[in-house]
Design a protein around this ligand. Structure first.
Ligand code: R1P
Length: 272
């Protein structure tokens, strides 16, 4: 059997032995956004360490556990902490949690992240809904023998971010009085922040915000036919756009400050 698929099935068996819960929506919480999990009516928690073979988050602000519960009446599984490629895991491990949540039953993948703003009209604290993405230098997670049980060899990428979900998020934002931005997110590998020249390049490519996650997860989820949406919290302006040095602490602080609005936006969107 394909070793990547074999590992995924073993993780799934390990989860099934511990948790009996079927989520409809999978939510991935980005840097500094992990507190959203406090708003969930929690049924069960599962530490990543307790899943045999599962990659464990090492980044501050990424707690490293699955939360199972309800947002309104919607059963959800929430990743309080994601795994990034720059942490040193093979790319198949980086997307293993996404694939696992699909096996658990989730049909919708609600991604979030903290990003650097490139669009000059953005300010720190803005929310940007992804309409498309660009991947630069991060390997495609589908490289290697195709896992036919999950999806086809050459998946179409025309509509990765589901149009209907985008419309629901727009409605939720309007109801909450949130001036929701929309745009294209680029994933670079990190962990160094981007250079000013890289940001100028991304700007020329029509990219609106940049980060070090999300796109590989969306590629894996799209391969499996999940409906995908993503909200990015623009935590700072990217390199060269201000004189401020970039730090992960600043990213976490900005995400914490945006948390109340973020919680309202995610909750209302999931309920819809
Ligand atoms: C940098 O501060 C970290 O924040 C973002 C970047 O990708 C990077 O990991 O994290 P998330 O994408 O997980 O929100």
């Amino acid at each position: 059997m394909n070793p990547v698929y074999d590992k995924l099935l073993k993780c799934y068996e390990s989860v099934k032995q511990k948790i009996d819960f079927r989520p409809e929506v999978a939510i991935v919480l980005g840097s500094g956004l992990g507190d959203y999990a406090n708003d969930i009516r929690v049924e069960a928690e599962l530490d990543y360490h307790d899943i045999e073979g599962f990659p464990v988050s090492t980044v501050p602000g990424h707690a490293g556990k699955f939360i199972f519960g309800y947002v309104g009446e919607v059963p959800v599984v929430c990743m309080k902490g994601r795994v990034h490629y720059y942490e040193g895991y093979p790319i198949s491990d980086v997307v293993l949690p996404t694939r696992l949540m699909k096996l658990m039953g989730a049909k919708v993948l609600f991604l979030t992240n903290a990003s650097g703003g490139i669009n000059p009209s953005f300010t720190a604290g803005d929310f940007m809904m992804l309409t498309d993405h660009v991947s630069l230098w991060a390997p495609n997670p589908l490289i290697g023998a195709n896992i036919d049980e999950l999806g086809v060899r050459f998946p179409d990428m025309t509509h990765v971010y589901d149009e209907d979900l985008q419309e629901l998020i727009r409605e939720a934002a309007k109801e909450q009085g949130i001036n929701l931005k929309e745009g294209i997110y680029a994933q670079l590998t990190g962990p160094s922040f981007e250079s000013p020249a890289e940001i100028r390049l991304l700007h020329k490519l029509d990219v609106d915000a940049v980060g070090m996650s999300t796109v590989v997860e969306a590629i894996a989820a799209n391969h499996m036919g999940m409906k995908i949406c993503c909200i990015s919290c623009v935590c700072n302006l990217a390199a060269g756009m201000t004189d401020n040095p970039l730090t992960h602490e600043e990213v976490q602080e900005a995400a914490n400050a945006a948390a109340p609005l973020f919680k309202a936006l995610v909750t209302e969107s999931v309920k819809k």
